[in-house]
Design a protein around this ligand. Structure first.
Ligand SMILES: [Zn+2]
Length: 339
C-alpha cells in the first residue's frame, strides 16, 4: 500500500496546489510537507480549501494541531501498553515480548536452565491466547508426560556400570550449559577411567556410529561454542560435534510411548559391529567409554572426570523430561531405571 500510494496520485496534486501557487508565504506549508509524518495531514486540507490563503493557513494550523494531539494521544496509549506488557513479561524472559513463536521456542531451554521451578507452569500460564504453538513444540516426552513415559519403559537396564548421578542435577538433563547457550539433554555417567563399556539399553537398530571422529583443536572448539552462545541455544549439529565419537540407536515406536531413540556419546572407541542399520539387543556392547568431544580431549589434558558416558533418551523429538525441574527430572530418571 505505502509503496503504491506515492507514485499514483496524492503527492503530485498537492504540490501543484500548495507549493506552486502560494509562493508568497509557503514556508510553513513546505516545512510541514518535508518531514514524513505531518506531511499527509497538511496536504489533505490544502485540496479542500484552496482559495483564501489566510484561512488556508489557519485551517492547516488547526489540522496540524489536531494531528499533533492525536499523535500524542496515540503515543501515550502505545507507551502505556508497552509498559504494561513488560510488566507482565518481567517475571519470565524479557525477550519474550517479541513474538509468541519465539517464546515457544525459547522458553523450554531458558526456563529449565536458569529457573527450573518456572518451567512447568509457563505452559499452563500461557494457555489463554498465545500458546497454541506450545503443544506442538512441547512433545510428549516433555515434563507433563515424562513420568508416565518413564514408567512405561521401566525398568531400563543402565547403559554403563559407572554411577547413575540421580542426586547431581548438573549431570542430569535440563541442567544449564551456559558456555553453549543451551541445556544438558542427557545423563553423565562419570567413570573417571578408561575400560568401561557402553551398552544398549533396549533392542534397536543403529542410526549413527561415527567411529572416525577426530576432535577439533581447542581454538576451533571455542569458536563453535561461541557461535552457539551468541545464538542463545545449541544447534543440533553443534551438539553432534560435542558428542564426539557417538552412537545413536533407533528403538522404534513403543506402544503408549512414542518413537524412542537413545544416544551414547564421548566414546573412546566404537565396537566394529556397531554400524548404521545393525540390529542390537539390550545389553549389547556398543563401545568403550571415553572423553571424545570434551574440552580435555582437544587439549590432550588428562582429566579423569571427562571420561564419562553421556547418554540421552528421546521420545518423539524431545528428550525425556524436557522442560522439567531438577527434582522432577531426577524422579523421572529414577522411575526409568527402576530406582
Ligand atoms: Zn553430558
Amino acid at each position: 500500500m505505502s509503496e503504491v500510494d506515492p507514485p499514483s496520485g496524492p503527492r503530485p496534486t498537492p504540490r501543484a496546489d500548495g507549493d506552486g501557487r502560494a509562493s508568497a508565504a509557503p514556508d510553513p506549508a513546505i516545512w510541514t510537507e518535508e518531514p514524513p509524518p505531518p506531511a499527509r495531514p497538511a496536504r489533505a486540507p490544502a485540496r479542500r480549501a484552496p482559495r483564501p490563503s489566510s484561512s488556508r493557513t489557519i485551517i492547516r494550523g488547526a489540522v496540524v494541531f489536531l494531528a499533533g494531539v492525536l499523535v500524542g494521544a496515540v503515543l501515550i496509549a502505545v507507551t502505556s501498553r508497552d509498559e504494561g506488557s513488560t510488566d507482565l513479561d518481567a517475571g519470565k524472559a524479557p525477550a519474550g515480548a517479541t513474538t509468541t513463536a519465539a517464546r515457544a521456542e525459547e522458553d523450554p531451554p531458558k526456563g529449565t536452565g536458569s529457573a527450573p521451578t518456572t518451567t512447568a507452569p509457563p505452559t499452563a500460564e500461557t494457555t489463554a491466547a498465545p500458546t497454541e504453538p506450545t503443544p506442538v513444540t512441547t512433545p510428549p516426552a516433555g515434563s507433563p508426560n515424562a513420568l508416565a513415559i518413564a514408567s512405561a519403559l521401566s525398568p531400563l537396564p543402565l547403559p554403563s556400570d559407572c554411577p547413575l548421578p540421580l542426586g547431581d542435577s548438573e549431570s542430569l538433563p535440563n541442567a544449564a550449559r551456559d558456555y553453549r547457550g543451551g541445556v544438558h539433554e542427557g545423563i553423565d555417567f562419570i567413570c573417571g577411567e578408561y575400560g568401561h563399556d557402553a551398552v544398549a539399553t533396549m533392542d534397536g537398530q543403529v542410526l549413527v556410529a561415527n567411529g572416525s571422529f577426530k576432535d577439533p583443536t581447542p581454538e576451533e572448539r571455542l569458536e563453535i561454542l561461541n557461535t552457539a552462545k551468541q545464538i542463545g541455544h545449541t544447534p543440533p549439529w553443534t551438539l553432534a560435534m560435542l558428542f564426539g565419537r557417538f552412537v545413536a540407536i533407533d528403538h522404534g515406536i513403543k506402544p503408549g510411548v512414542g518413537h524412542v531413540v537413545t544416544i551414547y556419546a564421548h566414546l573412546n572407541e566404537i565396537d566394529p559391529a556397531i554400524v548404521p542399520g545393525h540390529h542390537v539387543k539390550a545389553g549389547d556392547r556398543i563401545g568403550e567409554i571415553g572423553n571424545a568431544g570434551t574440552e580435555s580431549a582437544g587439549t590432550g589434558e588428562a582429566r579423569p572426570q571427562a571420561i564419562h558416558l553421556h547418554w540421552e533418551i528421546h521420545v518423539d523429538d524431545a528428550f525425556l523430561a524436557q522442560g522439567a525441574t531438577g527434582g522432577q527430572t531426577s524422579d523421572v530418571y529414577a522411575e526409568l531405571f527402576g530406582r
